[in-house]
Design a protein around this ligand. Structure first.
Ligand code: ME8
Length: 520
């Protein structure tokens, strides 16, 4: 068995319904989880909701409800969305769980035992929306002359008694970490940003609050609740049973990957490793910060009225189409823009017209011209071998490398190049015309295509699990063959000889209509 693989998404604030950014991050993580499982690794994939903090408390108050009731309701929407998007998480964590309180308190006590926590008074600019204090020098001027956080959210001058974490003591250790493990923070642009921040000097971090009580109680100081980020980050340990020395801890910690959005890089790349160093816990291997999704170039917001429900997008265009689009359209790590027309264009040109059509044409010819039985191979030509070579390179080499590297767009571009090569081969070999002139060659051409299509379907299962499973089921490709290594070409002859026959082929990806008023 290959090494176990533990990956996490950020845990989401359930102070509202999930938005497209939540869907994007979780889909990307799901593709990786499925990819690593396909490569034979035992994967633990965790996601969940981050339920404490002032933001939740205030939202609940505004709605005339309790934070717990708000979290219960909203957390359900996240779970429903993730189920609808075919997210294969192993653990959905809610930070309001008792187990999580226990883990957070254990981490706190470990940091305290190290001598890294002390009580003091805090005065500073606090942004409730970001749940973060900012230094005066980081603030920007808003349009009305008011001060805003670097993320553009309102800040308030706040004074309270607080526990502090001696973050300042970790500056050199963190810089050493970034230097010794250049891949600890990816992409490179985020690593540079984090290094500049740490080089600029670290101040101790205020890590408890007394102004509200919706959070994890500080052990021994029950009028304090932990700063929400201390408990939120701990979720990655809670899910494995920390502080107990569980089998899961031994197997899956340190995490292989924390997948997050770029706005929370500092918390994961600076605070989290410092907490772990303080508690003598091994550090995660990598933090990858993806970019932001924009709606036609704009940030989604209630005031602009452009908030998209990701569940609706999936209903409208199909789950697999949405998954494919989000990973294909722009490089992972960079910001990207989406629009209904971009989804429709991408889906029609690549899924319906290129791959869908390739599969449909080939399977229909086998169905009609070969009585639904898999045709024999009567000797391969140079053209067949060139196609096998291209598809094999993509499926066994280029795509796995790109997926492992989180280069999803590159993996799919490579996939498309092989789909195009298959379509060019169909056009030049014209199997429909061979029925009368050279039926044996027709058989070989169709068999060649059948093998290539199965290989391409297997390689893209992590991105489009539902439709590729359906296709491979229809093609009689057994579950044991659904890995890039297993799906060579040996299986074809045994499947053909087993007497397998095709059902009448069904289209995979319908052509989508351009949404009303969106133009072409
Ligand atoms: O930050 N495009 O929760 P969150 C892409 N609870 N990704 C986006 C996005 C967008 N438009 N908007 C948000 C939190 N995200 C904390 C995390 S982890 C210990 C605690 C990403 O609900 C965002 O970057 O605001 C984050 O990774 C995730 O969605 C959850 O955001």
């Amino acid at each position: 068995m290959a090494d176990p693989f533990y990956l996490t998404t950020a845990i989401h604030y359930p102070n509202g319904k999930p938005h497209i950014g939540h869907a994007y991050e979780t889909i990307a993580a799901d593709v990786l989880a499925r990819f690593h499982r396909q490569m034979g690794r035992e994967v633990r994939f965790q996601t969940g909701t981050d339920e404490h903090g002032l933001k939740m408390a205030q939202k609940a108050r505004d709605l005339g409800t309790t934070p717990r009731a708000l979290a219960d309701e909203m957390s359900g929407y996240f779970r429903d969305l993730f189920d609808a998007l075919n997210i294969s998480y192993d653990r959905f964590i809610r930070t309001s769980e008792d187990e999580h309180h226990r883990a957070s308190q254990a981490l706190w006590q470990a940091m305290e035992a190290k001598g890294d926590l002390y009580l003091d008074r805090y005065e500073g600019w606090y942004s409730i929306r970001d749940e973060a204090y900012y230094d005066e020098s980081e603030l920007v001027d808003g349009e009305g002359g008011d001060k805003l956080s670097p993320q553009g959210t309102p800040v308030e001058w706040t004074v309270e008694e607080s526990w502090f974490f001696r973050l300042s003591a970790y500056q050199d250790k963190l810089l050493a970490l970034f230097n010794e493990q250049p891949d600890f923070v990816r992409p490179e642009s985020r690593r540079n940003e984090v290094m500049r921040f740490v080089e600029g000097g670290l101040r101790d971090l205020s890590i408890s609050r007394t102004s509200f009580d919706w959070g994890v109680k500080v052990p021994g100081a029950e009028d304090h609740v932990m700063y929400v980020w201390v408990d939120a980050l701990t979720n990655y340990l809670t899910g494995l049973g920390y502080p107990d020395p569980t089998e899961d801890m031994a197997k899956f910690w340190p995490a292989d990957l924390h997948l997050i959005g770029k706005d929370i890089t500092r918390f994961h790349a600076v605070y989290w490793p410092a907490f772990l160093m303080s508690a003598d816990i091994a550090l995660p291997k990598q933090v990858f910060a993806h970019g932001f999704l924009l709606n036609k170039g704009q940030k989604e917001s209630k005031s602009l009225g452009n908030v998209t429900d990701p569940g609706e997008l999936a209903d409208l265009y199909g789950v697999d189409t949405l998954r494919y689009f989000l990973l294909r359209e722009f490089s992972f790590g960079q910001d990207g823009s989406y629009s209904p027309q971009a989804i429709v264009n991408r889906s029609n040109s690549e899924l319906a017209n290129s791959f869908g059509n390739l599969a449909q044409r080939t399977l229909s010819l086998v169905f009609k011209n070969c009585d639904a039985a898999l045709p024999p191979i009567n000797g391969h030509t140079k053209a067949d071998n060139a196609l096998f070579e291209h598809v094999g390179r993509v499926v066994r080499d280029e795509m796995p490398k790109a997926f492992a590297d989180l280069a999803f767009a590159q993996a799919l571009e490579s996939w498309m190049s092989a789909v195009f090569a298959c379509n060019a081969y169909v056009d030049s070999e014209a199997p429909w015309a061979l029925k009368k002139t050279d039926p044996q060659r027709m058989e070989t051409v169709l068999a060649t295509l059948y093998i290539c299509i199965a290989q391409l379907a297997v390689a893209v299962i992590p991105v489009m699990p539902e439709s590729m499973t359906k296709l491979l089921d229809a093609m009689g490709v057994g579950a044991d063959l659904r890995t890039p290594e297993a799906i060579g070409s040996q299986w074809y002859s045994s499947l053909a000889e087993s007497g397998f026959t095709l059902e009448k082929p069904q289209g995979l990806f319908p052509r989508l209509d351009m949404p009303e008023g969106e133009g072409g």
